[in-house]
Design a binder for this molecule. Sequence first.
Ligand code: GUN
Ligand code: FE
Length: 431
Amino acid sequence: MNIADRSFILRGEIAYSENENEIKTVSGGYLVCEDGICRGVYESIPEKYAALPVYNYAKQLIVPGMTDLHTHAPQYSFRGIGMDAELLEWLNTYTFPEESLYSDIEYARKAYNYFAEDLRRSFTTRAVVFATIHNEATIELMNMLENTGVVTYVGKVNMDRNGGVNLEEKSAEDSIKATVEWLDAIEGKYENTYPILTPRFIPSCSDELMAEIGKLAESRNLRIQSHLSENKSEIAWAKELVPKATSYANAYELFNNMGTPIRPTIMAHCVYSDEEEIDILKKHGAFIAHCADSNMNLTSGIAPVRKFLDAGLNVGLATDVAAGSSMNMLKTMLITLQASKMYYRLVDTDVKQLTFEEVFFLATLGGGRYFGNVGTFKDGYEFDAIIIDDSKMFSARDMSIRERIERMCYNDADVIIMDKFVKGRQVYGKI
Ligand code: GUN
Ligand code: FE
C-alpha cells in the first residue's frame, strides 16, 4: 500500500508485547496511528478516530518494528564468509583489513549503499551501528541511513592501538580531534540519524583515549557503544592492558565510558559477564546487546541472558554483522532461543531457557526502549510497524496469530515483508 500521511488506521492480524511474558494478539484488529504515535489496538474503531483512513491488510500480520542494537556497517561486505577463526584472529585476518578499505570513499559509497538498502528492506526499524575510523565514509553512511527512514545511532570508531598500520589513529589526541571534527560536520544535519561515541574495545583504545571519550560524552551529552567480555582471550588481554581494573566492565567504568541511565551505554556481547559486571551494568543503566549468531560463529560462547533479565538489566538483540551472518532479526531471534536452550542443557540447568514470548519482547520492546517509547503498540509509543505476508507458508492447519509469529521465527522461508513504518512514516513497501 502507499500511505503518505502519518495519521491512519491499519487493520489486520496484530501481535505485540504486553510485557516480557505476554504477547497480545488481536485478529482483525485496528491499530491506530496519530501523527506518528501509536494510539493503541482496538477490536472496533473508537469514535474519536472514526475520521481516520483505514488500510485493510486482511489476513496479513502486523507486528512492531525490531531493534538491532549492534551491527557493523563496513563488515556487511564480507557477511557469511571467514567464519573459521575466533575473535582476535578474526579481527586481524578479515575485519581490520576490510575496514581499512573505507579510507577510499568510492569503495565506502558502494559498500554502504548495499548495507543501507538491505537495512531498509529488513525487519529492523531502529539500529545502532559501528562505522570505521574514517570521517568521510562515516558521514556518507549517515547520509544514506537518513534516507532509509530507519532511525539509527552511528559511530565513527575510535582506535589508537593494535589496529595495524592501516587501521589505527596516530594518537589519542588525533582520534579525539577527528571525532570532534566529525561531530561538528554533522551537527543539526539529520532528523533520524544520531552520532554515538564508539571506542571499539579496550584492546583498541589507550587509557588516554578512553578518558577523553568519557569527557566528550559528558560535555556533549553523547551516548557510547562498545564491546564487553565477548571472548576469553580478549578478556585476558583487556586485564593485562588495564591492570588496575577489577573487571573488564570496571575498566570502562574507570574511564567514564559506562554512561548513565539517561545516556545509556550499549555493551555488545557480555558472554562472560559475572556478578560484578552485572552490578556495574545495572548501576549505569547500560544496555546489553545480545549477539547470539555472532557468538556461535566466532565460537565465543553463550551469554546468560536469563541471568541478565532476572537481574533487571536492559537487554536487546543484535545481529553484529559480520560476525553475525545477516541483518535478519528473525534469524537472530531463533539463534537466541536455540542458544538459551543449549545454555540450560549443557551449561547450567538452574538457568532456564528463554521463552518465545521473551525473545519476541527482546527483539521489539527490549531493544526498542533504548530509543525511548519504542517497540510495542501501546498508546503513546512511536509508531514502528511491519506488515508480513506468510500466506505462502502452506499448512493444512489453521494457525493462531501467536503460532504464526512463532513459526516465522523458526522458519522464515516464505515470509515476506509487505510494508514497513517508522514513526508513522512508510519507509518500505513491496507494492
Ligand atoms: N570486538 C572488537 N571489535 C569487534 C568486531 O568488529 N566484532 C566483534 N564481534 N567483536 C569485536
Ligand atoms: Fe560487534
